[in-house]
Design a protein around this ligand. Sequence first.
Ligand code: AOF
Ligand code: ZN
Length: 408
Amino acid sequence: MIPADPTRRASAELREAGHADPATGAEAGALEPAREARYRALLGELAREAQQFRYRVAPNPCVGAALLDHDQEVARGFHTAWGGRHAEIEALRVLETSRGAAGRFDTLVVTLEPCSSHGKTPPCVDAVLATGVERIVIGGLDPDPRHQGRGVRILRGAGREVVVLDGSASLAEGSAHFLAWISHRRMSRGAPWTIAKWAQTRSGQLSPPLDVGEGRWISSPAARAEVQRWRGEVDAIVTGVGTVLADDPRLSVRGPELPTYPPARVVLDSTLRTPATARLLAPPAPDERAGPVFVLTGRGADPSKRRELEDRGAHVEEIGTAPDGKLSLEAAQRWLWRHCVRRILLEAGPALLERWIAEERVDQWLVYEGAIEEGRGPSLRRTLESARLRTVRRRELGVDTVLEAFSG
Ligand code: AOF
Ligand code: ZN
């Protein structure tokens, strides 16, 4: 179900509260109809183009921006990755790259109200004001509780002309995932945005036959390189002790784009079976970034095992268990949230993935299907077929197929 567009609601609430109507007030009315129509068309185009980055920016909204000089577009920018530059900032960077100090513009057109608080990046309103731009045309207010018209008020308070053309860049259409994310129900749950990622054979199994890919690799090097990029764009990578024992992964980031802050590595391990010799606990190589290791375990962990892992640099944290003795996924999510983790990549084996899916804790799906028919272990094919998926995209990546989707 697509939620009602809160952008319009926010406008109405501001009107009722006696604030200048950011949607259809005098400024919007003062626009010549032909100019307003051009802005609306541009906003619609930017909003559509921004959607191509939806999986990489989620749970953030898809946002696009353009800079105009005497009605001529001189630069365009998009929010292309979670934690990355916001669209307005990217458009400014594009202009600077193409025209240097000679780059001039008088109007900023952006599909969403510029943000006004520090998130992963500094507030866009400050950067916008610093440019001296005269007119800011906005596709809708940001329903994020931190914003909701604050950006518009700040810009107007600084004497800039702000026009809000409601409905020209609907969040309900292009960023339903964002509306679900900022809903009160979701926020009060304290659950990070979860991207379930796995590679499977055509039979839906997560391990290849022993004589294929060293019994380990299903997807091609291109797909594996892409996973490195995904790892650099989350706060934490979460796995289970079963995967640590079976695959002995590093869960680090390697490759050309190394993040400044590598994601934390989190192992769900109810009885502390993680070996002190696990490769996770070895120091990073010069060409890789590896985040701190947290082992989440049940209450009353064996003190000597705990010490062994702690001596190797791991942080051992006790959280609640479910009635079946397994770690409570809800407790794990709350622990992550309390530690400021907002977006995770779940790189686990079939059993933990099945639990996470069955408890409806997966928000986004990233499934690499290799060109291998059969494999080993349980198949996730049925699970995937019966999952409620929304905005599904299938794309080719070399010999692999990638399925991306949001939970419905
Ligand atoms: C903008 N321009 O392109 C986007 C905005 O954690 P951060 O810093 O990335 O901030 C995320 C919040 O910023 C998000 O919840 C939404 O309110 C707003 N998104 N704002 O000015 C953009 N993507
Ligand atoms: Zn911003």
